[in-house]
Design a protein around this ligand. Sequence first.
Ligand SMILES: [Zn+2]
Length: 82
Amino acid sequence: MNKETTYTACESCLMPFYKDPGVRDSEKYCSYCFKNGKFCYEGNDLKEFQKIAYNGMRGIGVNTLKAKFFTWLIRFAPRWKK
Ligand SMILES: [Zn+2]
């Protein structure tokens, strides 16, 4: 696996790491998804996670259209691949 292409975005929400304002705990996941050694959302439900991510993005001022688009993209993240 190519490290550079594999770890440039969060494997849970696909947010590019350069946009992550926090300190990452994991080299695979952003600071929103993974904190203190565990996932902030530990469930297995993509829809539920998307809801949380959407509200999170809206909470930091991402506009509706962008938030919807990024939320839709989450289904392609490695974490949610079946
Ligand atoms: Zn993430």
